[in-house]
Design a binder for this molecule. Structure first.
Ligand code: NAP
Length: 251
């Protein structure tokens, strides 16, 4: 157990991490806080605390960083699909005995009337689309190559930055960052005559408009399940996590 947090390492890359950075800085003005980014997007948000960018070099690299930089608390506020980083955080925390707290937004759940197709992986999601589908792909650029061999479908793929994979000629690429409104998504789906929506179960409000739009239009949603993560002390919201650090119930 650490008596006080001298250096908080915040594994970032989400809107919640950015907000949490501000809250941590307010709550612990004398504490060193470092927000860490993978560096996969070029326009990093300013979290208002010192930033480091780039991988640590696996579990070993992270373990070394925690020791060298005298980190006293690790907060994993990465995206629910950033499974490798979360696994490394659990392993490095176990190796060093440094407390690890995970901030994890609740997953989306279907409501009555929703037509969701559960997919355990991107490959399963790609296979779930019928030939001739006009799919809206909101799955990011990393996994898009699971879909590109489906040249028998038309796809509108939306992501923040362009993919390395070459998309089939008849597909459309939209580069855009959330949030979108449900009205915007409805208009887009109508305009492109979308028949299926494919998304990761990212959860949260910021990118949920596409789910509402699919619901409104009665479109099936191929929902990719979250990857399994090793156990960690997990908080669904910023306030609870902050309280746990303040009251030292989790560190
Ligand atoms: P990942 O597969 O879990 O991680 C791959 C590698 O990237 C990690 O092993 C680590 O490299 C490095 N890395 C990831 N997050 C890092 C961080 N916050 N700080 C320093 N290094 C980090 O992650 P991913 O799915 O590629 O996501 C990368 C980043 O984008 C994450 O920070 C995540 O929060 C954000 N993001 C991801 C998604 C998504 O759908 N996957 C969506 C929105 C935002 P080393 O092993 O060398 O340390």
């Amino acid at each position: 157990m650490t008596a006080k947090p001298d250096h908080i390492l915040l594994l970032s890359g989400t809107q919640e991490a950015r907000l949490l950075a501000g809250e941590l800085a307010k709550a612990f003005p004398k504490v060193r806080i470092t927000a860490s980014y993978a560096g996969v997007v070029s326009d990093l948000p300013d979290p208002g605390v010192p930033v480091r960018v780039g991988g640590f070099g696996g579990t070993e690299g992270l373990t070394a960083y925690l020791v060298v930089e005298a980190v006293s608390v690790v907060v994993d506020a990465t995206h629910p699909f950033a499974a490798q980083m979360s696994r490394n955080a659990v392993a490095a925390a176990a190796a060093t005995g440094i407390p690890l707290l995970r901030l994890e937004r609740p997953a989306w759940a279907p409501v009555e009337g929703d037509n969701w197709v559960d997919a355990g992986s991107m490959e399963e999601a790609a296979a779930a689309l019928p030939s001739g589908a006009r799919a809206f792909l909101a799955i990011g650029r990393k996994d898009i190559d699971c879909f590109t061999r489906r040249t028998d479908i038309h796809a509108v793929a939306r992501m923040i930055e362009p993919p390395e994979a070459v998309l089939p000629d008849h597909w459309e690429l939209i580069l855009s960052r959330p949030p979108q409104t449900a009205e915007e998504e409805i208009a887009l789906f109508r305009d492109r005559r979308i028949t299926h929506v494919v998304t990761k179960n990212s959860g949260g409000k910021r990118s949920s408009a596409k789910i509402k739009a699919a619901r409104h239009l009665g479109l099936p949603v191929v929902m990719v399940r979250r990857p399994d993560l090793p156990e960690a002390r997990t908080f669904g919201g910023i306030a609870d996590l902050l309280k746990a650090i303040q009251q030292k119930t989790a560190i």
